[in-house]
Structure formats: structure tokens, C-alpha cells
Write a protein that binds this ligand. Structure first.
Ligand SMILES: Cc1cc2nc3c(=O)[nH]c(=O)nc-3n(C[C@H](O)[C@H](O)[C@H](O)COP(=O)(O)OP(=O)(O)OC[C@H]3O[C@@H](n4cnc5c(N)ncnc54)[C@H](O)[C@@H]3O)c2cc1C
Length: 258
């Protein structure tokens, strides 16, 4: 009651249970994605290790400015979003007058429009909620904090199979306004891509670091893996990996102990 009174209120409101009198059910949940769109400290998106993408910025959980490394500590995400949100906004204001952006044309929207058209007209027999459930089960079972080469390989194979089945989906709502079924289908496509980025990067990292715990390589290996993974997806959906140096600044490398 002194430290977390709101938790008791939540359980009473949503579960009808008073945790002072009886236990409440708890379960694990993913609450942050380490990594993300690579950015420099000013928020410019990196194209690769050396180049930036002009006029493209990211901040918050979607980005990877690398303040967290392989394990984001509690409470630091909102802090990061607030700090870098403001900082990156300032960069944008400064740079918008300095860079020459090409004027957008109707052709620029064609890829997105064709994608939406495909979703609305595709007439397969797979359902997005069913596929999403299978992806979630697969990632929880095989790519959670504890993983091995074998479980990650299962995840890679499953995601590739789900991707094939995704080509055979059908959405029932054909409307173009407030179509949440369409939105969910689009998001699921991104989830498939994002999941593949996670598992392909993880299977190549033969060590344990932060929230990436490889049961088959249970120690941190700074000699070979003190580096950021840079993952690229080509037009066929295949992923290639590269690595970028870690800037340690004033920090010395130390074994992590509690
Ligand atoms: C259960 C849980 C507990 C957590 N606890 C903590 C904690 O105690 N302390 C802490 O610091 N952090 C915590 N976090 C993490 C923290 O809440 C998030 O990392 C943070 O809120 C991310 O903020 P954001 O603005 O970067 O992204 P988000 O809050 O995810 O905002 C992204 C926004 O973009 C919108 N969007 C997405 N796609 C599109 C699109 N194509 N077009 C337009 N809009 C789009 C989304 O709808 C969303 O509103 C927790 C997270 C969870 C899930």
C-alpha cells in the first residue's frame, strides 16, 4: 500500500481480486524490443555503418540509439523516448532548412497503394489472426530470453513457412476507411519481417549478452561479439548480417555481476 497502491486498484478493477486478501495470477510479457531502426545520437537513421538516410529520423522504442545495449533496464524506455524525442525534434528543425528533399509525386505512393490493393483483393484461405497466433507461439517458445541454435532454427523455418502462407490470406472487410482488419494484416506482415530480423541476428550471435541468453553459449564473448548487429533485408525477404563497432566511451569492459 505504501509503494504500489495502484497495482492493487488495477487488480480490483479488472480481476475483482484484492491482492491483500488473495493472490493474483501473473504472467510474463514482452515489454520492450531491444534494437530497432539504427540511428546516430542526433536521430538520423543509418543506411549502413558509414552513411545516413537523408531526411529520415527515428526516436523512442522503434529506434536503436544504443543507450541500452543488449538489456534495457526498467524505467529507461520512457526516459529515452522523452529525451531523444525532444533531441531528435530539434535535429529535424535544424536540418529541414539545410537539406533539399525531392518533391513527393503520386508515383511515390504506388508501392504502398499496390500493397493495400493486394490485401483487399487477395482471395486465399488463410486467416491473419490464426497465422499471428502461430507466430506468437513460435517466438515465445523458440526465441524468448532462453534460446539455442536448434530453437532459433525452428523459429527461422516456421517464420519462412508462415510467410508463404501469408501470401494466401483473405480479409473479409474490403472497405478503405477505418479498416482494422486491413491494418492488422499490414502489421502482421511487418511482424513476420521483424521476427526474422530477431532470430537471424540471434542465431549468428554465439554468446550470451543481456536479454539474449544462448543456452548453448552461456557466457559473454567480447572478443568475437562486442559489436552491434546490422541486419538488412533484400527484396526477396532474405536477411544478410553485418556488424558495427561499439563505442564504449568512458566505460571499461567488466564482467556483469550482481
Ligand atoms: C507492459 C509494459 C510495461 C512497461 N513498463 C515500462 C516501465 O515501467 N518503464 C519504462 O520506461 N518503460 C516501460 N515500458 C516500455 C515503454 O512503455 C515503451 O518502450 C514506450 O512507451 C515506447 O514509447 P514510444 O513513443 O517510442 O512508442 P509507442 O508508445 O509504441 O508509440 C508508437 C506510436 O506509433 C503509432 N504507430 C505505429 N505505426 C504507425 C503508422 N504506420 N502510422 C502512424 N502511427 C503509427 C502507434 O499507434 C503508437 O501510438 C513498458 C512496456 C510494456 C508493454
Amino acid at each position: 500500500m505504501t509503494k504500489l497502491p495502484e497495482l492493487r486498484e488495477l487488480a480490483i478493477t479488472f480481476l475483482g481480486l484484492d491482492m491483500i486478501k488473495e493472490p493474483i495470477l501473473i504472467s510474463a510479457t514482452a515489454h520492450y524490443s531491444m534494437g530497432g531502426i539504427p540511428v546516430n545520437i542526433a536521430g538520423n537513421v543509418r543506411k549502413n555503418n558509414d552513411e545516413l538516410v537523408e531526411g529520415f529520423y527515428a526516436a523512442g522504442e522503434c529506434s536503436c540509439v544504443s543507450v541500452h545495449g543488449a538489456n534495457r533496464l526498467g524505467a529507461n524506455s520512457v526516459l529515452e523516448a522523452l529525451l531523444f524525442g525532444r533531441f531528435v525534434g530539434k535535429t529535424m528543425v535544424k536540418e529541414i532548412d539545410e537539406i533539399q528533399l525531392r518533391v513527393a509525386t503520386p508515383e511515390d505512393a504506388q508501392t504502398a497503394l499496390k500493397e493495400v490493393e493486394w490485401f483487399l483483393s487477395n482471395n486465399g484461405n488463410e486467416s491473419v489472426p490464426v497465422l499471428r497466433e502461430e507466430l506468437q507461439q513460435c517466438m515465445t517458445a523458440n526465441a524468448g530470453a532462453f534460446r539455442t541454435k536448434e530453437t532459433l532454427q525452428i523459429a527461422i523455418d516456421t517464420i519462412k513457412e508462415l510467410r508463404k502462407r501469408f501470401k494466401n490470406i483473405r480479409i473479409k472487410d474490403k472497405s478503405k476507411v477505418f479498416n482494422t482488419e486491413l491494418q492488422e494484416a499490414l502489421e502482421f506482415g511487418h511482424m513476420l519481417d521483424y521476427s526474422l530480423f530477431i532470430v537471424e541476428s540471434a542465431i549468428a550471435r554465439n554468446e550470451s549478452r543481456g536479454a539474449h541468453y544462448r543456452e548453448d553459449f552461456d557466457t559473454r564473448d567480447d572478443e568475437n561479439f562486442l559489436k552491434h548487429t546490422m541486419a538488412y533485408m533484400d527484396e526477396n525477404g532474405d536477411i544478410s548480417l553485418d556488424y558495427m563497432d561499439v563505442v564504449l566511451g568512458k566505460h571499461e569492459l567488466k564482467a556483469r555481476t550482481y
